[in-house]
Structures are given as structure tokens and as C-alpha cells.
Design a protein around this ligand. Structure first.
Ligand code: NAP
Length: 240
């Protein structure tokens, strides 16, 4: 990448923080976001990054942040839509709020952020968008109708946008993590964890780093002919 600036949502912990670290280690300047206050420079131990307190569901705030970054000449060539939440519930008991929040945070946020940042990529005729979806969006998962729908939606978004912008030297791909050790999975009780482990051929959870290295590759020049794909990183849980 000529312009090594990456914008990554959800970098205060878990997979997003690990991606941010790896990108900074590989000479990217990283703009990271989360809804909470966070000291990304201290967490990474490097000044080549900037944290924005930004809720990806807030369209006005996304527009304002983009203006601020443009003034600072921080125009990303790589966008990683990583922020996501779960509100697990059996469908028969699912409340409006549990559906709305998950769709808004996981899917509409990808629209909000991509729509703003893709314009400069089209102008530069160079860009990478990497969306973090989930194995749940491919296989389904009981108790996650809302989450699975949001992540499957990201797959459709990715393939359609990839077709629209491929001729501009922009790729749009998805990474579909399986079960990765992070705050999102640490709440699972032991019996659920053992049930899941029985289904994973690798018989272990993955690490945030497993996702980060694929993101780094997809952002590279060497990945320029990979487009519209959903690549699973899940220890073999979902095999197509
Ligand atoms: N861990 C897994 O096993 C797994 C599996 C499949 C897919 N994934 C996907 O991978 C991504 C990262 O997951 P994770 O396990 O690292 O989760 P995590 O540890 O819960 O971290 C989520 C990050 O997203 C931020 N965030 C959430 N909503 C946001 C919003 N509206 N705007 C800005 N930031 C927001 C959070 O910070 P704040 O709360 O401060 O905003 C946090 O930094 C998610 O999209 C998740 O669905 C994870």
C-alpha cells in the first residue's frame, strides 16, 4: 500500500486491538475507534496511532470524524469494519431492542462507515475494505438469529460492493472468525465451551492474532486479486 493509513472500528479490545497492533508494527498509521474512552497509544506502546471516541452507529458523528481526519490529511486507504456486539436470545423471546441494536451495531455501522470512507478510495483508485463477519453468519447459531442475520448481511454487502468498485482497484472482503478468545466469548459457560470445542476440528479457540494476520495480508498489494470473498478463520468449524 502506498498510503499506509488504516481506519479500524472497535479497537479498544479483542480482535480490533490486535489488528491495530499488528498494523502499527507493520508501519501503518492506525486510526482506531470505540464508544468508550481508550488510550490506544498506551495500549500499543507506539505513537503511530490515534483513538477516536466514535460510535459507528452515529451517522453525524461518523461524518464529523471524517472531516477532522481529512483536515489532518489522514485519509485511510484501508478500512476495517470490526466493531460488533452480541445480544443473544432465543428467537421466541427476542425483543425489538435486541434485534435493532445488533443490526444497527453490526450491519448498519458497516454501511455508515464504508459510505463515507470509500469516496477517497474511489478518487485515489486504491483501497481495501475488510469486514469482520462471523461463522454464525455462514452456519447459523441457535440463540443468535439477530447476530447471524447481521453477519450474513455483511457478506451480501461485501459481495455487492466488491462488484461496484473492483474496477477502481478497490477490494472488499470479509473475514469470518470462528470462536476466538476475547471478551465476546469469555462469558460462555464451561459446558457451552466444551460443546463448541467438540465441533471444532482444531479442538481449540483461535486467538485475535489469527484474524489480524489475515487482515494484514488482505490489506497488502499481494492480495489485490482477492475480491468479494468471505474467508473463514475458524479451526475448520465451517467447511464450504
Ligand atoms: N470473538 C469471537 O469469537 C468472534 C467470532 C466471530 C466474529 N467476531 C466478530 O469480531 C469482531 C470483534 O469481536 P471481539 O471478539 O473482538 O469483540 P469485543 O472484544 O467485544 O470488542 C468489540 C469492540 O468493538 C467496539 N464497539 C462495539 N460497538 C461499537 C460501535 N457501535 N462503535 C464503535 N465501536 C464499537 C468495542 O468497544 P466499545 O464497547 O467501547 O464501543 C470493542 O472495542 C466483532 O464484529 C465480532 O462480531 C468475533
Amino acid at each position: 500500500m502506498k498510503n499506509k493509513i488504516a481506519f479500524i472500528t472497535g479497537t479498544s479490545k479483542g480482535i480490533g486491538l490486535e489488528i491495530a497492533k499488528l498494523f502499527v508494527e507493520n508501519n501503518y498509521f492506525v486510526i482506531g475507534t470505540s464508544r468508550s474512552d481508550f488510550d490506544l497509544r498506551a495500549a500499543i506502546g507506539n505513537e503511530n496511532c490515534l483513538h477516536l471516541k466514535l460510535d459507528a452507529t452515529n451517522r453525524n458523528a461518523v461524518k464529523e470524524s471524517h472531516k477532522v481526519l481529512t483536515k489532518k490529511n489522514l485519509i485511510p486507504s484501508v478500512l476495517i469494519n470490526n466493531a460488533g456486539i452480541t445480544r443473544d436470545q432465543l428467537f421466541l423471546r427476542m425483543k425489538d431492542d435486541e434485534w435493532d441494536k445488533v443490526i444497527d451495531n453490526n450491519l448498519t455501522s458497516v454501511f455508515n462507515i464504508s459510505r463515507i470512507f470509500i469516496k477517497s478510495m474511489v478518487k485515489a483508485k486504491l483501497g481495501r475494505i475488510i469486514n469482520i463477519s462471523s461463522v454464525a453468519g455462514l452456519m447459523g447459531n441457535a440463540g443468535q438469529v439477530n447476530y447471524s442475520a447481521s453477519k450474513a448481511g455483511i457478506g451480501g454487502f461485501t459481495r455487492s460492493l466488491a462488484k461496484e468498485v473492483a474496477s477502481r482497484n478497490i477490494t472488499v472482503n470479509c473475514i469470518a472468525p470462528g470462536f476466538i478468545s476475547s471478551s465476546m466469548t469469555e462469558g460462555l459457560d464451561d459446558s457451552m465451551k466444551n460443546k463448541i470445542l467438540d465441533e471444532i476440528p482444531a479442538q481449540k479457540f483461535g486467538n485475535p492474532n489469527d484474524i489480524a494476520f489475515l487482515a494484514l495480508f488482505l490489506a497488502s498489494n499481494e492480495a489485490s486479486y482477492i475480491n468479494g470473498q468471505t474467508i473463514s478463520v475458524d479451526g475448520g468449524l465451517f467447511m464450504n
